[in-house]
Design a protein around this ligand. Structure first.
Ligand code: ATP
Ligand code: MG
Length: 567
């Protein structure tokens, strides 16, 4: 796996020239000495799925602050409060993804489940203060009595239980005396509160299920809302950065921190999520794609997961650059996926060798061929450090089917091959098509061409006008057949998340598997090796499907933005 973890430290936040609104707050705090000069952030995933591109925004923001500042750290904390949906597989995948992106949490790996005892203690504190009670309404009654945005909720008939009774029942809940759903522990705040989050939120529910870390130790589990903010406080997080939908939860998190003896008061700051067009980014829905067999797994190269784009060949650096570029603000917006793809091209343009592969081959026979010879072809047009390789020029070649047209609709603008037309073969000669052969169904199956010996090195052959077109080709005799996977958007719809039935918006042409003819050296490509196939795009040898001498190439991205054209 290519990984340039050695990232350059950026400028400390208070010395940065251009800051976003979060950095402004941090710079002020640094100036006033608010947290003794510390900037402590965290990335807090719930291990209930693989990370997606949206998460990279939060990762780059939180870990970026820790990379650039002086007294600083960024925790990786798993908010693992829902054992039904969480697993060690997800924990490990999330760690791998963050490392690959280039970030390091060092010693600061935490799990909310490590705080289950402490959180239980906080809950007892609330009960003792008369600020929490055991509610025995059914889940349906609780939902119904919660009220609406317009109407206040109704107090539970169990709201006035005595502290003693609450303590006794909560202990019994913990001991496993009750069935799932029989009771819950709720905060006693205000059932008529304008903010629904404050209407006596549930703190604990009974769940007789095993937890991936605590096993069967617990029969009750804290709710996410009770856990999240308090875990930040336990870890002395100074700046709790989260997405806008948690704005309404902030007063609740503050209420918890205020009313229990937790050690610190983190400041929550909300920012706008990353949304990408044509892209689904919700773990719950991505899981549906996986479980329904609509993709080949979480790391299917069409998925917007970090593991998916990694397999597809997106460089980590391109993702980081993209996040730098889009910035952090409070305004919700949708970013075009093509902007990310452009960063991917930028990166691969600098790192890949150029070579030739024909995706949809048609045979060319050189009628005046005399003998095989080898041509020295550079691996990079501008950078000699990439070196070169020998390309054989033999009697039979392959070119791209789309580079020949029997009858081009705008003949004056067609610079590629056709009857009696000439084109230059990259690094080699100009050829002229004298004849073409069709099969019984009328498909062109072979071109018979002459090569111009005096055209090597960009020279225009005698008696000819300058040849404008240059096409790629491979030598038939030593070409290797390789499997190539061509990808298109996974969804036809611009905003699949907004579709009721997002599965019906899947693009049936999102994956096309073809057999391509490539230069022989490409058969030795190792998993994750990357190349530019001239004119065809950037390709990455698949990390799962490739085997010794038999690479499978994913088209990471085309050279130009074909999608915009289609639109
Ligand atoms: P999903 O909707 O995919 O389940 P989530 O927010 O529930 O996402 P978490 O595991 O809770 O997933 O997310 C961890 C962190 O990543 C949170 O702080 C969350 O705010 C942030 N995050 C999630 N999605 C995005 C996004 N699209 N853009 C920026 N940050 C995000
Ligand atoms: Mg979630």
């Amino acid at each position: 796996m290519s990984n340039e973890v050695e990232m350059e430290k950026g400028v400390p936040t208070d010395q940065k020239e251009h800051r976003n609104f979060i950095e402004n707050i941090i710079a002020e705090d640094l100036k006033s000495g608010k947290h003794d000069g510390w900037v402590i952030t965290r990335f807090p995933p719930e291990p209930n799925g693989y990370l997606h591109l949206g998460h990279t925004k939060s990762i780059c923001l939180n870990f970026g602050l820790a990379r650039d500042n002086v007294k600083t750290r960024c925790h990786l904390r798993f908010d693992d409060t829902n054992p039904l949906k969480e697993s060690t597989e997800y924990v490990n995948a999330i760690k791998e993804d963050i490392k690959w992106l280039g970030f390091d949490w060092g010693e600061n790996l935490h799990f909310s489940s490590d705080y289950f005892d402490t959180l239980y203690g906080f809950a007892v504190e609330l009960i003792e203060k008369g600020l929490a009670y055991v509610d025995s309404q059914s889940p349906e009654e609780i939902a119904e009595n919660r009220g609406t945005f317009e109407a206040p909720g109704k107090n539970s008939p169990f709201r006035e239980r005595s502290v003693e009774e609450n303590l006794k029942m909560f202990t019994e809940m913990k001991e496993g005396k009750y069935k799932d759903g029989e009771h819950v522990l709720r905060a006693k705040i205000d059932m008529a509160h304008g903010n629904m989050c404050m209407r006596d939120p549930i703190l604990y529910r009974i769940r007789h299920v095993e937890h991936h870390r605590t096993g069967d130790q617990w029969k009750i589990y804290p709710m996410y809302d009770f856990t999240h903010g308090l875990s930040d406080s336990i870890e002395n997080i100074t700046h709790s950065l989260c997405t806008l939908e948690f704005q309404d939860n902030r007063p609740l998190y503050d209420w918890f921190v205020e009313n229990v003896s937790s050690p610190s008061t983190p400041r929550q700051i909300e920012f706008a999520k990353l949304n990408l067009d044509y892209t689904l980014m919700s773990k719950r829905k991505l899981l549906q794609l996986v479980e329904g067999g609509h993709v080949e797994g979480w790391d299917d190269p069409r998925m917007a997961t970090i593991s998916g784009v990694r397999r597809r060949g997106y460089p980590a650096k391109a993702i980081r650059k993209f996040n730098e570029m889009i910035g952090v603000g409070k305004q919700e917006s949708v970013i075009e996926l093509s902007i990310l793809e452009e960063r991917v091209r930028d990166e691969l343009n600098q790192t890949t060798k150029r070579c030739m592969g024909v995706i949809d081959p048609i045979k060319v026979t050189i009628t005046n061929w005399e003998e095989d010879h080898e041509i020295d072809a550079p691996f990079h047009p501008k950078d000699e450090s990439f070196g070169s390789r020998k390309v054989k020029f033999g009697k039979e070649l392959y070119i791209e089917r789309s580079d020949f047209m029997e009858d081009p609709p705008s003949p004056k603008k067609w610079f590629r091959l056709g009857p009696n037309r000439s084109v230059r073969l990259r690094y080699a000669y100009v050829i002229t098509c004298d004849e073409y052969v069709k099969d019984d169904e009328g498909n062109v199956v072979e071109l018979k061409c002459r090569y111009h010996k005096d055209s090597f090195g960009g020279v225009t052959p005698e008696g000819m006008k300058k040849v404008k077109g240059i096409i790629h080709w491979v030598n038939a005799e030593d070409a290797k057949n390789v499997e190539v996977r061509l990808y298109d958007r996974l969804f036809k719809h611009e905003n699949p998340s907004a579709c009721k039935d997002f599965l019906s918006e899947l693009n049936p042409e999102s994956l096309k598997i073809v057999e391509a003819k490539v230069e022989p050296f490409l058969a030795d490509a190792k998993p994750n090796d990357q190349f530019q196939f001239e004119r065809m795009g950037y390709f990455t040898a698949d990390s799962k499907l490739s085997s010794q001498g038999k690479p499978v190439f994913n088209r990471t991205v085309t050279l130009k933005d074909n999608w915009q054209k289609k639109k």
